[in-house]
Each structure stands twice: as structure tokens, then as C-alpha cells.
Design a protein around this ligand. Structure first.
Ligand SMILES: NC(=O)c1ccc[n+]([C@@H]2O[C@H](COP(=O)([O-])OP(=O)(O)OC[C@H]3O[C@@H](n4cnc5c(N)ncnc54)[C@H](OP(=O)(O)O)[C@@H]3O)[C@@H](O)[C@H]2O)c1
Length: 230
């Protein structure tokens, strides 16, 4: 990462996932990185986004000068039938669960992490999704996923504005990786679907993050470095 100091430290949250793993490998391969910590439900300590009370313990052993944080967690649906195709398929408990895992949990994680962010240039990227863009929504459907990612984007923008007052070198980005084959996407990706390899998505998003000037507020970017309208 050209914009970070030599010997920087990094954290990948959700490193057990397809895109999270690719981020962890890409960051570990950066000669300027002194160390990357991986956290997930299966690390020790670990965390579940459904239970923010676990976050403090999961983060307690982390360095206090993190220059790069990637949160690659997320779920597409909480229903065996998959994301809702119609209003009649929306179940309140599924909508609540998606809000908790995709929006509320990551914000509470960022709150817990904030005191550990480096005071100089610092990059925080959260995997969002293009379908969370309100202005880009022309197809409808996927109510809970879309709504939870749109809520995430607003929470990131609001947190960025506040945190940048204390940390003027902080970059906050909501990130769209492209369509990547993973357990999350598998039901909607056929052999013919145009997909992006996880490594390509991770490297593209790291380059996009590296190029963003700090503040004001958050940015919504894709793996090619293009800005997505909120
Ligand atoms: N794949 C795509 O095409 C695509 C497109 C647009 C956006 N995205 C976004 O990219 C992100 C990563 O997706 P992916 O494709 O890499 O999916 P994935 O392989 O299914 O990985 C999902 C990650 O989220 C974690 N996670 C899920 N529920 C959790 C919980 N309750 N507590 C803690 N961690 C939890 C998983 O942990 P476990 O390993 O413990 O389950 C895993 O690390 C998501 O935010 C997704 O919305 C993906």
C-alpha cells in the first residue's frame, strides 16, 4: 500500500470468507506490512456479529495503531428460500437479522475499533454491495439485503464524518467487489456469469482504497476504483 507508512499493521475482519481470505493474503504479501491480524467466527478469540458483547474481547489483543482495516463480513439472506423476490416474501425476522449482521454489527465493531485506528493515514474498508445503492436500484427485489447494505452505507458515512474530526487522515469506504464466486453468491452465479476472482477483487479494492484522499465523509467505490452513487 503506497499511501501507508513502512511497517504498518492491518486487520481483516471476516478473514474466513472468500473475499476476506483474499484480502488477508494480499495484505500479508505487501512488503510494507509488518503484520496482518485475521479475525472471524472461527479464530480464537473470535466474534459473532449477532453478539456485539463479544467484540471487546475479540479486539483486546490488537495493536493500537492499525493503519488498514478491512471488514469482509456479510450475508445475503437468512432464509432457505434466498433473498426476497417480492414484498409478500419479506419476513420481519429475516429483515432484522440482515440489518444486524450487515449493518448494526459492523458499526458496533467499528465503534469498538475506533480507539485503535492510527492517527496518521488510516484506511478502513467495509464490504458493502452495489445493490445497496438507492439511486442504482432499478430492478427491485432482495429487500433485506438491499436495505441492510443501504443502512450500512449511511452508518459508514455518518461514522466517517464524526471520526474524521479526531482522525483527519482516516479514509472510510463502502466497497463493491464485483460478482465473486463464494458461498454467499453461489445460488445466483451460473457457469456463464461474468465473475471476478477473489484475488482480483481484493487487489482492486486495496488499490482503490490506497488512492482515496481523506474526507469529508465516506466513499462508495468498486474494485475498479470507480465511485458508485449512493
Ligand atoms: N460474492 C459476491 O459476489 C459479492 C458481491 C457484492 C458484495 N459482496 C459482499 O462481500 C462480503 C463478503 O462476501 P463473500 O462473497 O466473501 O462471502 P462469504 O465467502 O460467504 O464470506 C462471508 C463472511 O462473513 C462472515 N459472517 C457471516 N455471518 C457472520 C456472523 N454472524 N458473525 C461473524 N461473521 C459472519 C463469514 O464468517 P463464517 O466463515 O464464520 O461463516 C465469512 O467470513 C459481504 O459483505 C458481501 O455482501 C459479495
Amino acid at each position: 500500500m503506497h499511501s501507508l507508512p513502512d511497517g504498518y499493521t492491518a486487520l481483516v475482519i471476516g478473514a474466513s470468507g472468500t473475499i476476506g481470505r483474499a484480502f488477508q493474503r494480499a495484505i500479508a504479501a505487501d512488503p510494507a506490512c509488518a503484520g496482518v491480524v485475521a479475525l472471524s467466527r472461527s479464530t480464537h478469540p473470535g466474534f459473532d456479529l449477532g453478539d456485539p458483547h463479544q467484540f471487546a474481547a475479540a479486539l483486546s489483543a490488537l495493536p493500537s495503531d492499525l493503519s488498514l482495516v478491512i471488514d469482509a463480513t456479510g450475508i445475503l439472506s437468512n432464509d432457505p428460500a434466498g433473498p426476497e423476490k417480492s414484498l409478500s416474501a419479506v419476513q420481519p425476522q429475516n429483515l432484522h437479522r440482515l440489518m444486524q449482521i450487515n449493518a448494526v454489527g459492523p458499526l458496533m465493531m467499528l465503534r469498538e475499533l475506533a480507539p485503535r485506528l492510527a492517527r496518521g493515514r488510516c484506511l478502513y474498508g467495509k464490504l458493502s454491495a452495489r445493490v445497496g445503492s438507492i439511486s442504482d436500484n432499478r430492478l427491485g427485489g432482495w429487500y433485506s439485503y438491499r436495505a441492510s447494505k443501504a443502512a450500512l452505507n449511511m452508518l459508514l458515512q455518518t461514522a466517517a464524518i464524526e471520526l474524521q474530526r479526531r482522525l483527519p487522515g482516516l479514509v472510510v469506504a463502502a466497497m463493491q467487489p464485483g460478482t465473486v464466486r463464494s458461498p454467499l453468491s453461489q445460488r445466483f452465479v451460473s457457469a456463464a456469469t461474468d465473475t471476478v476472482l477473489p484475488e482480483e477483487a481484493a487487489l482492486g479494492l486495496l488499490a482503490a482504497l490506497d488512492a482515496i484522499e481523506p474526507g469529508p465523509g465516506a466513499r462508495f467505490v468498486d474494485y475498479r476504483g470507480k465511485t458508485i452513487p449512493w
